[in-house]
Write a protein that binds this ligand. Sequence first.
Ligand code: GAP
Length: 496
Amino acid sequence: MVTKMKELSLEELVSLCKRRGIIFPNSEIYGSYAGFFDWGPIGVELRKNIVDYWWDFFVRSRDDVFGMYGSIIMHPKVWEASGHVERFIDWLVECKSCHSRFKAEEVLEAAGIKVSDYSPENHQRLIIENNVKCPVCGGELSEIRKFNLMLETYIGAVKSEENIAYLRPETAQGMFVNFKLFTVYARNQLPFGIAQIGKVFRNEISPRNFIFRCREFEIAEIEYFIDPEKENDCPFFKEVEGITVKIWTKEMQKNDQEPKEMSIGDAYNEGVFSNQWHAYWVGKSLEWLMDIGLNIEHLRAREHLETELSHYSIQTFDIEYYFPFLGWKEIEGIANRTNYDLRRHAEFSGEKLYITMDGKKIMPHVIEPSWGVERVVLAVLTEAYSKAEDRVVLKLVPKIAPYKVGVYPLLRREPFIQKAREVYNMLKRRFACFLDISGSIGRRYARADEIGVPFGITIDHQTLEDNTVTIRFRDSKEQIRVRIGELVEELNKLLS
Ligand code: GAP
């Protein structure tokens, strides 16, 4: 059950994002380009704060995860070995009249038909049996066919078949092909992880729902290498076993049962996860998502059905977020990729991709948590969006808010402005901070609330007498009075 069913349309969110410089459609003066977006000054800071916190949480604060930054274009053989050339596909249908193209799954969804078997045969059967027509013009639909999602380019001066290269659709492969180099950093010990954040590209048939489905987006992912003989020996499991979340196994889905609220520890003991490390990464992911402000009530872990699994995975859990305008949708996937990728790269490259531990050669298995940055940002904005007296207040947690502090003179005249400047100059090197002297104080608070600034400092009449200012709290609207000399300490306390 979703406890807080907030009223929010996608249009309201898109309008806020455009109005306040968060996210814009790309190339808008040319009518925009579907599936591509630009980020404005507020969006860029929000995104950076989320991504930086991800890096702090999963890389800097751990001894077992190493960062990397790989190139977008890799040797084309990588994508043959990984299986993407053959199997990174969607099932496409085309309208025979207007030639619009759709994902088969989406025309069925648009026709109100529930898909619980993701095989191509089932899509085709459902379209025929339900006489599903083109959602745009009502025309006849073609048979479904494969559509590879990788975007191609040519490398070198000749644009020929032999020179085709791919823009990476996932960052994971950069970590697999560099596995050998990383074993040195890991001092030839398992487990260890490699983490990477970077741009990926997918030629989505129908990009839609704002930044939910893009053609260019960012992925934050970890390939965590474990000893297959120790896949249930996770020394960190205590950290996550108490986290309780709705879990929807494939059996529950097949039997039309509702998701069940369970602790990660109980779910692991009941055999829900492929191994303990898999359970751990589901829990750790939830911990991070809660830290950036998502309510656990709006999150659930849904297991993929067999027909839905990626070609490399034996078990995947999606972390889904409840978007009021879309329903439950995936924002992160946590897959057990076994040794599929290392095995395939070893076969295709001839390299020996194993680690030698205590005299034993081990090809590790991999648990992969993979977050879509755009989808996480969309979830964060959705969660934070609220209204007070018909005004938007973005209740972002302070650690990811684009600005932490706004400084305002009560009146737009001296000596208030001069004093506000002094306070601003004192704070600006320490906190993401701005000075706003335009419009009435009420308008300034409203503007700051809309972009989620958690604290406002006001310079008023009393400031001129006793060097104190007020700190206004965005969410409660409460104010406290603080000496200017103690402001930095007080803000640090509030922000931590
Ligand atoms: N390496 C594993 C992998 O790429 P994925 O489920 O295909 O897994 C990871 O993608 C995450 O990327 C998803 O959980 C989702 O959040 C995000 N994602 C996938 N396709 C997307 C798209 N077209 N636009 C925005 N985000 C997307």
